[in-house]
Design a protein around this ligand. Structure first.
Ligand SMILES: Cc1cc2nc3c(=O)[nH]c(=O)nc-3n(C[C@H](O)[C@H](O)[C@H](O)COP(=O)(O)O)c2cc1C
Length: 338
C-alpha cells in the first residue's frame, strides 16, 4: 500500500511541467505531514544508534537533501521525518527574488538528468529565517542553510551579501553553505576566481570568528564547489579555505558542460563522473581537518557507496530523489550505515 502511494507521488512528479510538479509534490507531502500520516512513509533505521560526527555536528545518518529542493525553508522538517539526516535549505539571498523566466526546469527521463536555470528564486532572508524559527523545533536532523549573492549585487560588493546573510542565519543554522558555484546568477562563479576568492574567504572567516564569540556557538561553513572549476583555481580555493579555518567542501553543484539545447546547470546521472572526479581531486588536495559533502549524480546505493569510499563524510541527494523517490532514500540509508 505504502509502495503504491510512493509510486503515486513519483507519478505526480512526471505528469505536470517540472516546476509545477515539484511544488505540488512538496505541498502534498506537507498535507500528509499535517494529517500526521508521514510516519507511514518514513524510513527509520531503528537498529543503529551510531552518530556521525562531522566538524562540530552530530548526524543521525549520512544522507541529506542538497540545496535548492527546499528553497524557502518550508519543508525541511518533513524531510527529517522521512528519514533524511540533514537538509540544506536555500539558496537564500538577502532580498526576495523571482528568479529567471519560466520554463526554467527541464526533465530528461531517459537520461535521468535535469537542467535548471532557476536563478535563486526565493522569499529572501527575513521570511526564510521566520520559517526556520517556526519549523526547526519540529525537525529531527541537521539544518544547513545555503546563502548566495543577490542578482543585482555587483561582484565587488558580493562579500557584503554573504556577511549580512551570516548575521541572519549563523545562530539558527547548524551549518552554512557558501554558494559560489551556481551557474544561473550572472558573475556568481567569478567569486571563485583567483582575484576574488581569498578576499571573500577572509571576510567570511573574520565574520565567523566574530559570530562564534558573540553567540558562543560554532556553525561550520562549507564552500559549495563547481564541477567546472579549473584545477589550479580549485587548489587555491581549498588552500585559502583551510588557511582561514573554514570547515569543508560540497562537491558539487550543477555543470554547464552539457549538450542540451537550453542554458542552465545540468544535474543527475550525467553529472555523476564529473562530480566524482572533482570529489577525488578535493580529497587528494585537502587536509584531514576539512570535511567533504558529496553531491552530484547520486542515483543509486552504489553511487552512495562510491562517494563514501572516496572520502565523503556525508552524501546529498537531489535529482536521484526526484527520479527514484523514497526507494533511493531507503537504499542509501541501508548502504551508508552498513
Ligand atoms: C532544480 C534545481 C535547483 C537547484 N537549486 C540549488 C540552489 O538553490 N542552491 C544550491 O546550492 N544548489 C542547487 N541545486 C544543485 C543541487 O543542490 C545539487 O548540487 C545538484 O543538483 C547536483 O546533484 P544531483 O545530480 O544529485 O541533482 C539545484 C539543483 C536543481 C536540479
Amino acid at each position: 500500500m505504502i509502495k503504491l502511494l510512493e509510486d503515486y507521488f513519483l507519478f505526480l512528479t512526471r505528469i505536470f511541467p517540472p516546476e509545477f510538479s515539484k511544488n505540488l509534490t512538496l505541498k502534498l507531502l506537507r498535507l500528509v505531514y499535517n494529517l500526521k500520516l508521514i510516519n507511514f512513509f518514513s524510513i527509520k533505521k531503528e537498529s543503529t544508534k551510531t552518530k556521525y560526527l562531522v566538524s562540530s555536528l552530530s548526524f543521525k545518518n549520512r544522507i541529506g537533501i542538497a540545496g535548492g529542493l527546499d528553497k524557502n525553508a518550508e519543508f525541511f522538517h518533513i524531510f527529517g521525518s522521512l528519514g533524511f539526516g540533514f537538509v540544506e535549505v536555500g539558496t537564500i539571498t538577502l532580498e526576495p527574488q523571482k528568479g529567471n523566466p519560466k520554463p526554467r526546469i527541464f526533465r530528461f527521463f531517459k537520461d535521468k538528468n535535469l537542467v535548471n536555470s532557476l536563478g535563486f528564486n526565493n522569499v529572501g532572508s527575513v521570511k526564510a529565517l521566520e520559517n526556520i524559527k517556526k519549523l526547526k523545533p519540529m525537525f529531527d536532523g541537521i539544518l544547513g542553510v545555503s546563502i548566495g549573492k543577490s542578482k543585482t549585487t555587483k561582484l565587488k560588493n558580493a562579500w557584503q551579501d554573504y556577511i549580512h546573510l551570516m548575521d541572519y542565519f549563523y545562530l539558527d543554522a547548524d551549518y552554512l553553505a557558501i554558494n559560489i558555484s551556481s551557474p544561473n546568477t550572472t558573475n556568481l562563479r567569478d567569486l571563485s576566481s583567483n582575484e576574488n576568492i581569498e578576499f571573500l574567504i577572509q571576510k567570511i572567516s573574520e565574520k565567523k570568528i566574530q559570530l562564534t564569540n558573540l553567540y558562543k556557538k560554532d556553525t561550520p561553513i562549507f564552500i559549495k564547489l563547481s564541477p567546472d572549476e579549473e584545477e589550479l583555481n580549485l587548489e587555491k580555493i581549498i588552500r585559502f579555505s583551510e588557511d582561514y579555518n573554514l570547515d569543508g567542501f560540497i562537491c558539487s553543484n550543477t555543470t554547464t558542460d552539457h549538450s542540451y539545447p537550453m542554458s542552465g546547470g545540468m544535474s543527475g546521472s550525467s553529472l555523476k563522473q564529473k562530480a566524482l572526479d572533482l570529489q577525488k581531486k578535493v580529497a587528494e588536495i585537502k587536509k584531514d581537518k576539512s570535511f567533504l559533502i558529496a553531491s552530484g549524480g547520486v542515483m543509486s546505493a552504489d553511487d552512495v557507496q562510491e562517494r563514501l569510499r572516496n572520502s565523503a563524510d556525508l552524501v546529498q541527494l537531489y535529482s536521484g530523489y526526484i527520479y527514484y523517490g523514497n526507494s533511493l532514500l531507503r537504499d542509501a540509508l541501508e548502504i551508508s550505515s552498513s
